[in-house]
Design a protein around this ligand. Structure first.
Ligand code: ATP
Length: 220
């Protein structure tokens, strides 16, 4: 089984990395693809450019990647990054091997707004992790998404290996209330985001002057 962890990674932080690692280990995945988007469909363009976000992600993962792989296909593709296109490409490459797309609860509750979202569920399993501040009440979901949740949900990770796609697993992870938005705001205010993200990523932010860094945080 292959995991897919998509995001803007603007910048990557321990909320992303810890979730990806816990799912990777918990589901005994063969590899975990970290896929930075080029241009997110649903939001403002990222603050840092694609090259800077990719450099930060590669620095975070490091050389000894274990099962983590940074996959830059959305950046190579350019244009708006639709997850359905990415998954279709991966499906072409891997055949019937199960795919597991990891989504925080904040992303899952919006899934029905994604481009061709029903095609996504035919291409991959969904692994829905907790995200502090976001609850997963089925009654609050979009009706079509709630139907999918009820029909596709499995209680046991073992059921994922039996099919290439189409099942949903809720997966508990260490709750880390970290967001890239808050990190960017901290940096812009001149506060240090240290210990919320890898040291190497913080060094790159300082080196490249990303997020309108104020010079007086250089010492922290
Ligand atoms: P931003 O604040 O800029 O929106 P973000 O921190 O939410 O960024 P994204 O790159 O947009 O990060 O998120 C990509 C994926 O990572 C989503 O599935 C999201 O749910 C998940 N994610 C991000 N932060 C966390 C976290 N702290 N805990 C669990 N999942 C997270």
């Amino acid at each position: 089984m292959i995991g897919v962890y998509g995001g803007t990674f603007d910048p990557v932080h321990f909320g992303h990395l810890r979730a990806a690692l816990e799912v990777y280990q918990g589901l005994k995945l063969r590899e975990m693809r970290l896929i930075p988007c080029y241009r997110p469909p649903h939001r403002e363009p990222p603050v840092a450019d694609a090259r800077a976000r990719l450099t930060m992600l590669r620095a975070a993962v490091g050389d000894d990647t274990g099962g983590f792989k940074v996959d830059n296909r959305e950046m190579r593709r350019e244009g708006v990054s639709y997850m359905v296109d990415t998954l279709a490409e991966l499906r072409e490459e891997i055949g019937d091997e199960p795919l597991c797309l990891v989504l925080g609860a904040d992303a899952f509750v919006q899934l029905h707004t994604w481009h061709r979202w029903e095609a996504i569920t035919a291409l991959t399993h969904l692994i829905v992790t907790h995200r502090p501040g976001w609850s997963l009440e089925v009654g609050d979901l979009d009706p079509a998404l709630a139907r999918l949740w009820r029909s596709a949900r499995v209680g046991d990770a073992g059921e994922l290996a039996a099919a290439p796609a189409g099942r949903i697993l809720q997966f508990a992870i260490t709750a880390l209330d970290i967001s890239a938005t808050r990190i960017r705001a901290m940096v812009a205010r001149g506060e240090s985001p240290r210990f919320l993200l890898p040291e190497k990523v913080w060094n790159l932010i300082r080196l490249q002057g990303l997020y309108h860094i104020k010079r007086d945080v250089d010492e922290h």
